[in-house]
Design a protein around this ligand. Structure first.
Ligand code: SF4
Ligand code: SF4
Length: 389
């Protein structure tokens, strides 16, 4: 398993402590979004469609620390936007590491190599590099040629410098399991600590609406993906979450487990949906009608969601909160995932040669949107996107 023992111990004791004290809702991973701007414009992204004045804003280190301190989650994930476009990201990370938080800095890695000297390797810090497959698939998904090579070069440099490096991959209905197997092998050969995989959430604002997975398609895809898992593949996520993606374990969403904080405040109810903001974490807990969310709620915005930020905390709670969950994880850990994955006969959408994203008005090559800042980002040479002091 691609998670260090010290981190597992911290999480286990934290969850058990909450259970023993009878705390029903508690945060496990704070999704800290210091900014929304990015140097890429991926077709499946639902985070970068804000007006320019919002994209220019960012949280200060002090605002980040106050959110982390109030929330108390043992892990902090820093997505975005692209965190390395924040000029004080090193200061933010130092402050979180000093608080002994396990930090996942999620980056597309275009600027990672330049930033490395400003970070210090630590068991509390992991770079979680966004890679959506091998070179052809990744460059296509992020709408920019050459990004895979830059990211892999940065990953190798970070590993060589002694940093923890994981990857995160979002899968759409275009994912080819055979190509993903090659991808997993490649990442393991490179030496990443663990991989994270998740189906994409069907963001209403994302320019590509055509390739999001419905829940049955998700189960079908992940069964084919893990039909013959190799022992060498290491995943930096809960084994029960992977079983859930294969339809082999029932979970219900616990959105309070991965609360999201950004320039607007605490986002209701989760990192994916945007149904208002609270000004404190306690207010988020107290004023959100949680019964309206999750797959059992019948909310159509949740019906196809099997995304890690909603279900990883549920998987961890099942692992440390029930004997059955713990025994199942122990079995998976000792003997590996089951290989009897009955394939669901789900009609798959036609595969198109050279995976392209949906055409949008004003877009001639299927790889952009009508949003001016997208075109601007694609036209600029990557080096000009550097914002180092
Ligand atoms: S790298 Fe892509 S998915 Fe991530 S924030 Fe930037 S545009 Fe969105
Ligand atoms: S099911 Fe998904 S979209 Fe709905 S509340 Fe949970 S994480 Fe958010």
């Amino acid at each position: 398993m691609g998670v260090p023992v010290s981190q597992m111990w911290t999480v286990a004791t934290y969850v058990l402590g909450k259970k023993l004290r009878g705390v029903k809702r508690y945060p496990l991973v704070l999704m800290l979004e210091p900014l929304f701007r990015c140097n890429l414009a991926c077709a499946g992204c639902g985070k970068i469609q804000h007006p320019a004045d919002i994209l220019r804003k960012q949280l200060t280190p002090e605002e980040c620390f106050a959110a982390v301190d109030e929330c108390g989650a043992p892990m902090v994930s820093i997505p975005g936007g692209e965190p390395l476009l924040h000029p004080q990201m090193d200061e933010i990370v130092r402050g979180l590491v000093a608080r002994k938080k396990y930090v996942y800095l999620c980056t597309n890695a275009l600027l990672l190599e330049k930033w490395l000297p400003r970070f210090t390797p630590s068991k509390y810090l992991s770079f979680s590099v966004h890679l959506d497959g091998l070179a052809a698939e990744h460059d296509e998904a992020v709408c920019r040629e050459g990004t895979y090579d830059i990211a892999v070069k940065a990953i190798k440099a970070a590993i060589k410098a002694g940093f923890r490096v994981t990857t995160n991959s979002t899968l759409f209905n275009t994912a080819d399991p055979a190509r993903y197997h090659e991808f997993f092998d490649t990442l393991m050969e490179i030496g990443v600590e663990g991989m994270m995989v998740s189906p994409g959430y069907p963001y209403e604002k994302a320019p590509d609406q055509e390739h999001f997975l419905h829940s049955r398609e998700t189960v079908s895809l992940f069964r084919r993906l893990f039909a013959k898992p190799k022992r060498s593949w290491k995943f930096n996520q809960s084994p029960l979450f992977l079983e859930f993606l294969k339809g082999k374990w029932e979970l219900e969403c616990t959105p309070w487990g991965s609360p999201a904080y950004n320039i607007f405040g605490w986002q209701k109810p989760c990192y994916l949906l945007n149904e208002g903001y609270a000004q404190s974490f306690q207010e988020l807990l107290d004023t959100t009608d949680w019964s309206k969310y999750g797959r059992a709620s019948g909310n159509s915005k949740c019906s196809d969601c099997m995304v890690h930020c909603g279900y990883e905390p549920s998987a961890v709670a099942d692992t440390f909160g029930s004997l059955r969950g713990l025994a199942t994880v122990a079995r998976l850990f000792l003997f590996g995932p089951s290989r009897d994955n009955e394939i669901i006969d789900e009609p798959q959408p036609p595969r198109r040669p050279g995976l392209r994203v949906a055409q949008t008005p004003g877009c001639s090559d299927g790889c952009s949107t009508a949003k001016p800042h997208f075109d601007e980002a694609r036209e600029r040479p990557l080096v000009e996107l550097t914002v180092l002091k």
